[in-house]
Design a protein around this ligand. Structure first.
Ligand code: NBP
Length: 478
């Protein structure tokens, strides 16, 4: 007898947490995992006393699902998802709904959505953010794919998602890979936020010479103001943790950051679409540089820093870093939303950018007070060219700019690497200038490759070529 509302396949941390969350919200959940011992362990452990039913074979799980069937796959992204789709689809009928809740690449989701639509199966790629805790108590969910699936999963997904001011942090994103795309950009922004915070930490520790406890107090204080966010909050928590010997544990954590790929996917996508999102790229490269730990140790013994300068009162230094962090964060989000805007144009998606900001307010890793300001900005100007030009952010940047510039100058003077703070400032200065120096690049391209150029004194679109080596100008090639 069909008796389950949804089947969850994959019982690692995310699958277990989501199954328990769904059960808490009154949904009848059936679960399966390739290694069936994990099903038994789950039922005997975290799921003991719940209505969750476990199965040792996929056909058994499918047979118990109410129609149209809904199955959520929570397995490792990549070939595992294709393998699983291959196993599950022969068991499904037209009209059933198959959901991938993992971190799949949006192009894989596009391909899978098309392939399953041809068999009448409604496929969904849902980005889910918030880690284990979010999945258990309320994640941010970004579903996209076959729009016919949305009415089938809406109640369930919005039921288990985080809520802010009563609004669920989950709404339909768009067709094909749109949901996984938005999750990818979320993760790219998350990389940027983490890097900016790490740079502020470096300036406070190595620049100002504060103790871990003093830096902890600074972050705890910052969490009460415009920077208030999950990542600032957990940074303050981390800095308060002591090792067994009483020393701060953070000082014993090797400074070598891993990455799983969603940050570099975002940076590559920005490169491919020609969208300037350098801060996310810097955040990815900074992790790559951190991974060269042994080489850095060797370099530290032989590479000079050159003359360094230092001289500032601590409190003013802290205020400057605060404003630099805030201003760079505004630029980082502006870059992320530029990428989303261009992706919508490029892939034919109707992305509701303000709605996406709303979805990220709760449950997910980049949740922050700041996202309310982004949502408000989109409410005020539904299609601003960029967040930077929207009045609120323009004023905030004008206010914080002097301290941001001084922070970057100070970091350079101190020999402390702050690539994200620096790159964001260069982006801002490039974006706000009507004239840059790309005229010289275009002339160089025309010199060695006859790539032509447009003239400032002629209408756009007319192409000119000059024989630069001989100093001779050619005519309109347009
Ligand atoms: P993992 O990404 O660690 O994947 C482990 C699960 O995949 C296990 O259930 C494993 O089964 C199953 N699996 C593998 Br591996 N190959 C399989 C195959 N060929 N067929 C069937 N099952 C297979 O789990 P996770 O950390 O819970 O994450 C699940 C998804 O959610 C991933 O895409 C992840 O990127 C994403 N995500 C994770 C987090 C997080 O905080 N962990 C946050 C947000 C999103 P087994 O037990 O038999 O090996």
């Amino acid at each position: 007898m069909p008796d389950a509302d949804i089947g969850v396949v994959g019982l690692a941390v995310m699958g277990q947490s989501l199954a328990l969350n769904m059960n808490d919200h009154g949904f009848r959940v059936a679960v399966f995992n390739r290694t069936t011992a994990k099903v038994d362990a789950f039922l005997a452990g975290p799921a003991a006393g719940t209505r969750i039913v476990g199965h040792h074979a996929l056909p058994h799980l499918v047979a118990t699902l109410a129609r149209p069937r809904r199955i959520l796959m929570m397995v490792r992204a990549g070939s595992a998802v294709d393998d699983l789709i291959g196993e599950i689809t022969p068991l499904l009928d037209a009209g059933d709904c198959l959901i991938d809740g993992g971190n799949s690449h949006f192009r894989d989701t596009e391909r899978r959505t098309r392939a399953l639509a041809a068999r009448g199966i409604h496929y969904v790629g849902a980005g889910i953010s918030g880690g284990e805790d979010g999945a258990r108590h309320g994640p941010s969910i970004m579903p996209g794919g076959d729009p016919l699936a949305w009415p089938l999963i809406r109640e369930l997904f919005q039921g288990i998602a985080a809520r802010v001011d009563g609004v669920p942090c989950c709404d339909w994103i768009g067709e094909g890979g749109a949901g996984h795309y938005v999750k990818m950009v979320h993760n790219g922004i998350e990389y940027g936020d983490m890097q900016l915070i790490a740079e502020a930490y470096l300036l406070l520790r190595a620049g100002l010479g504060l103790t871990v406890d003093e830096v902890q107090a600074v972050f705890a204080d910052w969490d009460k103001g415009v920077l208030s966010s999950y990542l600032i909050e957990i940074t303050a928590q981390i800095l308060a943790v002591r090792d067994d010997d009483g020393a701060p544990l953070i000082d014993k954590v090797l400074d070598r950051a891993d990455q799983k790929g969603t940050g570099s996917w975002t940076a590559i996508e920005a490169l491919e679409l020609g969208v300037p999102a350098p801060l996310i790229g810097e955040a990815v490269f900074a992790r790559s540089l951190s991974a060269m730990k042994d080489e850095r140790i060797r370099a530290s013994t032989c590479l000079p820093a050159g003359p360094l300068t230092f001289g500032i009162e601590p409190q003013r230094f802290i205020e400057r870093i605060h404003d630099a962090l805030y201003a760079a964060k505004i630029c980082s989000y502006a870059q992320g939303f530029l990428l989303l805007r261009e992706a919508a144009n490029n892939y034919g998606w109707q992305l509701d950018l303000g709605g996406i900001a709303l979805m990220w307010r709760g449950g997910c890793i980049i949740r922050s007070r700041f996202l309310d300001d982004i949502k408000a900005a989109y409410d005020e100007t539904p299609e601003p060219e960029s967040l930077l030009q929207q009045e609120f952010f323009r004023d905030e940047l004008a206010r914080t700019l002097p301290r941001w510039r001084k922070t970057v100058a100070m970091a350079v003077g101190l020999g402390l690497p702050v690539p994200a703070l620096t790159s964001a400032l260069a982006f801002y200065d490039g974006y706000r200038r009507a004239d840059l120096s790309a005229n010289l690049i275009q002339a160089q391209r025309d010199h060695f490759g006859a790539h032509t150029y447009e003239r400032t004194d002629r209408p756009r679109g007319e192409a000119f070529h000059t024989d630069w080596g001989r100093g001779r100008q050619g005519g309109d090639l347009g």
